[in-house]
Design a protein around this ligand. Structure first.
Ligand SMILES: [Zn+2]
Length: 108
């Protein structure tokens, strides 16, 4: 939908584009906050269990069909952080490239 500018389910040309995706701040009546970053970690070494300043990286963008509500999500500015997180087995982040047996992409 992001490139075709049409809903992939119903072909409707009317789309909502939301970037970045935000969530209501439940402690306030009039504030919204960014959806938590795609990747979150505590500063320090990737392999260690250190607790430091929390760092978030990346953001989500969505395309929503105005007719049927079908929604596409995209993660932006995440490759560098996710590549770093693959070094920590507890992060739950794993990389897959069906065309190569090498490590994670460095840019994106
Ligand atoms: Zn649709």
């Amino acid at each position: 939908m992001r490139t075709s500018r049409r809903c992939v389910k119903c072909q409707c040309p009317r789309l909502w584009h939301v970037d970045p995706v935000m969530i209501p701040d439940t402690d306030s009546s009039n504030l919204v906050e960014l959806l938590p970053g795609v990747a979150r970690f505590a500063s320090g070494s990737a392999a260690g269990g250190e607790f430091g300043k929390r760092i978030e990286a990346g953001r989500f963008e969505v395309w929503i069909c105005a007719a049927c509500g079908y929604t596409e999500w995209y993660a932006l500015e995440v490759n560098e952080m996710l590549a770093w997180l693959t070094r920590n087995p507890r992060s739950g982040v794993h990389y897959s490239d069906a065309d190569a047996a090498t490590g994670p992409a460095a840019a994106g």
